[in-house]
Ligand binder design. Sequence first.
Ligand SMILES: [Zn+2]
Length: 429
Amino acid sequence: MLLLKGARLVDPQLGLDSIANLLIDGERIAAVGTDVTAPQGAQVRDMSGKVIMPGFIDVHVHLREPGQEYKETIATGSRAAVKGGFVGVAPMANTNPVCDTGSRVTFLLEREQEEAVCRIHPIGACTKGLKGETLAEIGDMVAAGAVAFSDDGRGVQDDGVMRRVMDYVKMFDKCVMSHCQREDLVGSGVVNEGVVSTRLGMAGWPAAGEEIQISRDIALSNLTRCKLHIQHITTAAGVELVQRAKAAGIPVTCEVTPHHLFLCEDDIGVDYDTNLKMNPPLRTAKDTKALQEALIRGDIDCVATDHAPHAAHEKALEFELAPFGTTGLESAVALLMDRLVNSGRMGYDRLVQVLSVNPRKVLGLEPLRLEAGAIADLSIVDPNAKLIVGEGGFESKSANSAFLGWELSGAPSDVYVGGVARMIDGKLV
Ligand SMILES: [Zn+2]
């Protein structure tokens, strides 16, 4: 048994926010309270100054295994997740081969057992090979353990195909996660279409290319009643579409990434830093502000990183040729702590909502609570810890972070997965 002593415990699901002790027995929480003491023989850790919360989940990552293990693996990606304060991640299906059959899901879950230090919740493809033409083996993947479905990396272009995907996924009461991108509008765009694409002389990726597909998917969710989750939303108008759909009772949720929250197109300068090339692209400063406000207000449900590792030689290409994406697992929680929580703009209760409660709902996972009997998956932060992004290297195989060198105050310090310590005082166990 292990007693975590004297931390601030925050769980909005229980209305809990107080200094107390938490006793772990095996994989579960045995007791929570100010009067809970260590039974004989129990280990005791002084956690004063730290904040213990229900474990954080990242619903959108790319772990690159199988097929691109030189960028990331289940082992390194899960270590990056724990380092960043997460107890679980949901890897997208755009691996090689694509995760579009039950046996590919089984492969991931076997790798989880063999290699992972956090939980892996596989996302299955909506269509075979992410081609957007015929349905993937959705039932087979559900039986094998897929928690949701997405063709992430691409939008499903054909309306009829997307409708059939939703009809089918709805039968299993799962969620379709949608990367919204109309290829006929976006073409070879690499940065937001507007002033900055003109200034830099690069092909534009217009906001309409995202918003039109958000509208379509909301209409199809309304038609099929299938749960829809909009991935990496980037514009104020997109958030408004989701907000209106929710008000109309359509089962839609959305996520935002740390890079769309804290960076904008103006950050791309004439050094053409390819770590700032992402899909969808960084939008306007006005959008960034609106996204932050929507997250704080509750109109955006989750923060997800879209952790997209790439090898150094790939990102060393010219801006137009470099692959899209930034890593995110090892900086996301610290960014939220520094920019929103420590600055007083957002409470810990909301942090738990956007990193644990809502992400688990999207994936259809049982809620985690800080109460006796619950699984001891815990994310713990030290509000006073300092973190310089990238200093001392990353646990991820890749270093293509859009936040390299950012000095942040407040960082993840400890992680428990099923009662097992995976990080203690900022160091992986
Ligand atoms: Zn995507």
